[in-house]
Design a protein around this ligand. Structure first.
Ligand code: PHE
Ligand code: ZN
Length: 878
């Protein structure tokens, strides 16, 4: 906590470490009233460092220093300086052993960084800078050491003692205590260190690698969750196989462990050989988890597993390089999910997140490049830009090189840099060297923030039978960055003839054989492309499969969009055409009167989707979802939230009323029956059924109500049970609403993950008010110390219940500011994330913007603001 201004860290100030640590010997004595950590480091001067001062500086945070020895001799008070966040020893030899003893209080650690307790167990979170909350250490990822860890604790309370690597020794100690020693043969940065101690059940399985090694797979969970491990274990084995098949990456230790903890700031963490997961991202059963949760688990298990190579074997030189591991790993997990289910649906989901949330971030006060050049608090940079845009950047390299050269590049990257801490530039270099392509200009994607706008205009010359595209790109200014250079954009496209058939594309002056799809490479501000032999004006299908993270500006007509919705061979663009049409219709109603006509062709397009069973049902399920309010707000220049909300609701009601029969038929056609399976077909069926139900309840349909109540009672899985609950909660059947909410809670109150779903259905419901959200915070199951609860009530309210959050009287803003101020004292990371919606104040029309700004100011004025919240609030107000 602080009152003065936090320091800014700059990439340009990066220096190699003055001292390296080859080995770390840790001994943890765990007690109820605290923990004593004995750390012995084998240190030597870094021959590559220019710093020859002989001064050693170690990082620390909230530590009590109990002992300090250099080569076995106690250091006298004058021989070192403990500055709290830094331990300085002004004169050290070239090479030495350093022993540090610290005392910490995991039971009082509410920040959930370092060593803390979560429902009775000890666990750690060290990324990015948590290890310094455990002991004094050079806490930076380019210091890589071999770790040996001995854990001592009460045997009855903590029978399971885990750390990275292999368990090499165990035994009993006096007073009912015991110990286990772990050794990790791979040098690693301290952010990958992990420790767990608790009373956990173990689930075992095994995996045979491509070279025939048998890997021991273990999951550790609280006894009540023993029956919720199968899906994660199965996802893990599929990830291991996939990484061998697609990237040639084999697992390297003999044991791979996964632990579930309830209190966790993020989704999960890739600690070497010992991944720690937020319970909600790993535990699942048909009865307690929705399809979306199952899919999230599959993706996150894969993500953390893939980090073993993209992150652990090859790690980041400094935290500015975070996207080196995160962007690449998100790209990898996203391909994995695509391979496990529907490629098109996965793409739609990724792009939806990117366009709704990352584009908003890129257009807001916290906009930063994929490789930032400065930060105050690195925890604030675990962003959609680093993760999702970073993944898009890697994906574009994949598109430009093609799968084979990309694989050559990744092989070279892993081989060249195995065991090293490197930069995003090293990654691009490996791709260049393996492919022979020049990616100089492409590197701008890492350096320039902001979402490029690609403006496309076309002209058809009937006499010449030539169709011309004029394409122009600009990259908007972002805080601290103006006058940007054009970027290297792979722009995939196709052209459709009047009959809906794809045209063979032949560029004037280009020898490439005609193809139905081309990837144009934009590298300049403006380009013109002429396609020859075009017999009639075609309909362009632009940016297919969303080949680059850009906004496309093209004057679509509704005819063209309707045409693409039913003819585009690119599934993604078919969906996107539907979204654009719906956006256009909704936007046109924002300023129109209550009786303005709603585009009749939208209704017929949706009717077609609902009734043509020959269509890909997974795609249909996506196409039926109207663009979210958040997306509509993102698209608007000065959004008026209430009007957008009303226009969207009007369209939904109109569609539901006009298509009532079709919705009922769709519901019945897709109604359950067979056993619960997680194929993309079955998931699509459940999505369709629950979408239909939601729309029927939206218009208060009596038959829909009966169906929902029955589905709620009879569902044999959480997807359908929650689908019915959500439909009723979002309806005007108030009595039913209360009844099902009660019944649901009674049945599932002992399961925290299900209670979180129960919270979010209510806090995210547009029928819910701020008072109801406040009431949820008074509920016995709400817990300020548990990030999942905070997110599922406060985060979901501010992120999804947009009409209430943006209430005209500013109450939603004041509410959020109040919660942020409260939370900052106990968990700054979560507090800083929660502020996000307020940071966008400049985007909103005057009254709202001013109220949001005023709310931010009340946070700014709080005494002793954390570094995390300080950075976000000050940058937003600047
Ligand atoms: N590195 C983790 C991941 O991407 C995320 C994380 C960051 C978790 C910081 C905890 C703390 O999988
Ligand atoms: Zn990650």
């Amino acid at each position: 906590m602080r009152t003065n201004q936090p320091q800014t860290v700059y990439l340009s100030e990066y220096r190699v470490p003055a001292y390296l640590v080859d080995h770390v010997d840790l001994r943890f004595e765990l007690f109820e009233e605290g923990a004593r950590v004995h750390s012995t480091l084998a240190v030597r001067r870094n021959p590559e460092s220019e710093d020859t001062s002989g001064r050693l500086e170690l990082d620390g945070d909230s530590l009590v220093l109990e002992g300090l020895q250099l080569d076995g001799r106690d250091l006298e008070p004058g021989q070192y300086e403990n500055q709290g966040d830094r331990l300085v020893i002004p004169e050290v030899p070239e090479q030495f052993g350093l022993t540090v003893v610290t005392w910490i209080e995991p039971q009082n650690n509410t920040r959930l960084e370092g060593l803390y307790k979560s429902s009775g167990m000890f666990c750690t979170q060290c990324e990015a800078e948590g290890f310094r909350c455990i002991t004094f250490f050079p806490d930076r990822p380019d210091v890589m050491a071999r770790f040996r860890t001995r854990i001592e604790a009460d045997r009855a309370g903590y029978p399971v003692l885990l750390s990275n690597g292999n368990d090499v020794e165990r035994g009993d100690l006096e007073g009912g205590r015991h110990f286990v020693t772990w050794e990790d043969p791979f040098p690693k940065p301290c952010y990958l260190f992990a420790l767990v101690a608790g009373d956990l059940v173990e689930k075992r399985d095994s995996f045979r690698t491509c070279t025939g090694r048998e890997i021991d797979l273990r999951m550790y969970v609280e006894p009540r969750n023993a029956d919720k491990c199968d899906h994660a274990m199965d996802s893990l084995k599929r990830s291991m196989r996939w990484d061998e098949d697609i990237y040639g990456r084999e697992y390297d230790l003999d044991i791979f462990m996964i632990v579930a903890v309830d209190d966790f700031n993020m989704g999960a963490m890739e600690n070497k050989g010992l991944n720690i997961f937020n319970s909600s991202c790993v535990l699942a059963s048909q009865d307690t988890a929705t399809d979306a949760t199952f899919q999230r688990i599959e993706a996150i298990v894969a993500h953390e597993y893939f980090h073993n190579w993209s992150g652990n074997r090859v790690t980041c030189r400094d935290w500015f390089q975070l996207s080196l591991k995160e962007g690449f790993t998100v790209f990898r997990d996203s391909r994995f999910s695509a391979d496990m289910g529907s490629t098109t649906v996965k793409r739609i989901e990724d792009v939806t997140l990117l366009r709704t949330a990352q584009f908003a971030e890129d257009g807001g006060p916290m906009a930063h490049p994929v490789r930032p050049s400065s930060y105050m608090e690195i925890s604030n940079f675990y962003t959609l830009t680093i993760y999702e845009k970073g993944a898009e950047v890697v994906r574009m390299i994949h598109t430009l090189l093609g799968p084979d050269l990309f694989r050559k590049g990744s092989d070279l990257y892993f081989e060249r840099h195995d065991g090293q801490a490197v930069t995003t530039d090293d990654f691009v270099k490996a791709m260049e060297d393996a492919s022979g392509r020049d990616l100089t200009r492409f590197r701008r994607w890492y350096e320039q923030a902001g979402t490029p706008v690609v403006t496309v205009r076309d002209e058809y010359d009937e006499a010449r039978q030539v169709y011309r595209l004029d394409i122009h790109q600009t990259v908007p200014d972002t805080p601290g960055q103006t006058g940007k250079q054009p970027q290297h954009i792979p722009f995939a496209l196709g052209l459709l003839g009047a009959d809906g058939q794809p045209l063979a594309l032949k560029l004037v002056g280009d020898d490439a054989p005609p193809a139905e799809q081309r990837v144009l490479e934009l590298t300049e501000a403006s380009h013109s492309f002429e396609f020859e032999g075009v017999a009639a004006r075609p309909v362009p299908s632009l940016l297919r499969d969303f080949s680059a993270p850009v906004r496309v500006d093209y004057p679509w007509t509704r005819e063209q969009l309707l045409f693409l919705m039913s003819h585009d061979p690119d599934g993604f663009n078919r969906w996107d055409a539907g979204q654009r049409l719906a956006v256009d219709v909704i936007e046109s109603l924002v300023d129109a009167g209550e009786d303005a006509e709603i585009e009749p062709r939208l209704v017929s397009a949706y009717r077609h989707l609902l009734t043509d069973e020959g269509l890909d049902q997974a795609l249909v399920a996506k196409m039926l979802q109207l663009p979210s309010e958040a997306y509509l707000i993102e698209l608007a220049a000065a959004p008026r939230v209430q009007q957008i909300y009303r226009a969207r609701t009007r369209v939904m009601n109109h569609l539901a009323a006009a298509l009532r029969e079709e919705l009922l038929a769709c519901y019945h056609r897709n109604n359950g029956g067979a056993e619960y399976r997680l194929t993309s077909d079955d998931i699509a069926r459940r999505t369709l059924r629950n979408t239909a139900l939601g729309w029927l309840l939206e218009i208060g349909d009596a038959e829909g109500r009966v169906l929902a109540l029955r589905q709620f009672r009879e569902a044999d899985n959480m997807t359908d049970r929650l689908g019915a609950l959500r439909a009723l909660v979002n309806s005007d059947y108030h009595e039913d609403r209360e009844q099902v909410l009660d019944a649901f809670y009674q049945r599932w109150q002992d399961d925290p993950q299900v209670v979180e779903l129960w919270f979010s259905v209510q806090s995210g419901s547009t029928r819910g008010s701020l008072e109801q959200v406040r009431a949820l915070m008074e509920h016995a199951a709400f817990d300020w110390k548990n990030p999942n609860k905070v997110r599922s009530v406060i985060g979901v309210f501010a992120g999804q219940n947009l009409a209430a959050f943006h209430a005209e009287d500013g109450s939603g803003y004041r509410f959020l500011a109040e919660q942020v101020r409260h939370l900052d004292a106990s968990n700054p990371q979560i507090a800083a994330r929660l502020v996000t919606p307020l940071t966008r104040w400049r985007k909103f029309a005057s009254v709202h913007g001013e109220q949001m700004k005023a709310a931010l100011e009340t946070i700014r004025d709080r005494e002793g603001l954390s570094k995390d919240v300080y950075e976000v609030v000050h940058k937003s107000l600047a």
